[in-house]
Ligand binder design. Sequence first.
Ligand SMILES: Nc1ncnc2c1ncn2[C@@H]1O[C@H](COP(=O)(O)OP(=O)(O)OP(=O)(O)O)[C@@H](O)[C@H]1O
Length: 245
Amino acid sequence: MMSAAIEVVGLHVNRQGAEVLRDLNFQVAPGEVFALLGGNGAGKSTTLLTCIGMLKPAKGDVMICGRSASNEPELVRGSLAYLSETASLYEHLSARENLHYFLELAGMTPDPQAIEQALDTVSLQSEARDRRSAGFSKGMRQKVAIALALLRQTPVLLLDEPTSGLDPIAVEEFNQLLTTLCQRGVAVLMVTHDLFGACEVSARIGLLRNGQLVTQFEAGIDDKGERVHIDVETVKRAFAGKEAA
Ligand SMILES: Nc1ncnc2c1ncn2[C@@H]1O[C@H](COP(=O)(O)OP(=O)(O)OP(=O)(O)O)[C@@H](O)[C@H]1O
């Protein structure tokens, strides 16, 4: 693997006195989608919150582009984009204005042409670009948030349940967008309950159970160099704890 953009190393995290993550280890390379699957309470969101420096490890660390999330959270946040389940936008601002504003907040000079290009890449419909974002659907909010990540050129993208509540067309568009991001070398760590979607888009899938990574799956490459998706049934069996069946 190329040198990792995200490295989770011997990570232990406690929440309210309970050990939630135990000795978690995995890496995500530039241009790769790594999906973290697991049941409710397995520790998926805790992993993401630790990656952005919101939770401090009891032991171990997360390195983002070589920097420690626990010791240098501000610097780390500068090199990643984090999309929580619902991307928050300033409701009274339009899509264009939100991008303009967030880029200024990030210390960048907004370039209107680059903003249009990013909105084209994420396929946000033209009529929505100047409309207040208050009425935006989840899919539209996500598009704006991903356009911002494109404009900030962050090497790492963290996604919490990105496809929950999206209609099938929006899911398809989102998956396409992930492919575009990967082609640009972005490392994507995605937490999801969507086992089928994860198999379709991920280079690797990690299965989390009680805060431990119990198994990993890797997409193959066929003799034409095309990706062979991770097998849904295999992941489903492992998810259900029937690996040996
Ligand atoms: N704010 C919190 N304070 C204390 N403990 C928490 C908090 N949020 C989650 N936990 C605990 O941490 C553990 C892992 O929760 P986490 O939200 O990371 O799981 P998850 O895999 O994302 O679950 P889900 O699929 O339900 O979103 C659970 O035992 C949960 O009770």
